[in-house]
Design a protein around this ligand. Structure first.
Ligand code: FER
Length: 272
């Protein structure tokens, strides 16, 4: 039986909190109508595409825009594996100690886990903001395993701005990195976040993924300006960029336009 489940896996001793949600006709809430009316034997045999879905910096898997994308993918016949990265949600590690390198290790472990699930046909990766940057980096490493990627409002500028001495609205000397920065929400991020981010080559990651890419981004985003996604989309071999007019970093105005863009892209990919 394919039932929705919540569980943990270990990434070298750090627990990662995951939730796996199936389309209705494949999960516990089968309707017995239409495509869902298959027998118990065929249920096990039918493979499904799986979308791995990651939140952003200070985010978690229950945020409104994350669950909206999850439900949309489920409606389109995708299983969705939401994953919380180091120092976030119910996963292990302290927020202060997280770095993009730790998140990269985490997502590789989540992808390895997803590959052990025998119902999976194609793998997709989607992430919001810092999770969108992570999606771009992981795509380069797993270029042979990801059918398509969906970086949503990806924080693709973090490596370049940290090299220039800008992060979270603070300015600093990039050669004399501060011990910590205020990350809002009563959180503090340690210096290793900056040290690790400065090493990351986003252009190399873009060049190393030539599969289909959907970037969605609010044009009024004050955390990650829209133009960074115009630049990223132009550099990818096969990207489409859907602007959300006037919208914010977490789509306070037009979340429905975000989910419709995701829906249209997933439909197109399923037919490929
Ligand atoms: C920053 C701008 C945006 C930053 C992080 C973000 C760590 C990412 C936001 C998110 O993931 O929602 O300066 O610094």
């Amino acid at each position: 039986m394919r039932e929705n489940r919540e569980f943990f896996i270990s990434d070298d001793g750090i627990r990662l909190h995951l939730k796996l949600d199936f389309p209705r006709e494949n999960g516990g809430e089968r309707t017995g109508k239409g495509r869902g009316a298959f027998s118990a034997e065929t249920e096990e045999a039918e493979k499904l595409p799986l979308m791995i879905l990651v939140h952003g910096f200070t985010g978690d898997m229950e945020e409104r825009h994350i669950t909206a994308v999850q439900r949309t993918a489920n409606e389109e016949g995708f299983a969705v594996l939401r994953a919380e990265m180091y120092g976030h949600g119910r996963s292990g590690g302290e927020f202060r100690d997280h770095t993009l390198m730790k998140w990269i290790g985490n997502i590789l472990t989540v992808i390895d886990y997803a590959r052990t699930l025998d119902f999976v046909s194609d793998l997709y990766l989607c992430g919001h903001s810092q999770g969108g940057l992570l999606t771009m980096l992981a795509a380069a490493m797993e270029r042979d395993r990801l059918k398509a990627i969906l970086p949503l409002s990806p924080a693709s500028m973090i490596p370049e701005t940290t090299r220039q001495g800008e992060l979270l609205g603070f300015s600093f000397d990039p050669d004399h990195i501060p011990e910590e920065l205020d990350a809002g929400k009563s959180l503090t991020i340690g210096e290793n976040y900056i040290r690790a981010a400065q090493l990351i080559d986003v252009d190399l990651a873009i060049a190393r993924y030539d599969g289909p890419v959907l970037i969605v981004h609010g044009t009024g985003d004050q955390s990650v300006p829209y133009h960074y996604s115009e630049e990223a989309a132009a550099k990818y071999a096969d990207a489409r960029l859907v602007p959300i007019p006037g919208d914010t970093h977490c789509y306070d105005l037009h979340l429905d336009q975000v989910t419709e863009a995701v829906r249209a892209f997933l439909r197109e990919m399923k037919d490929r």
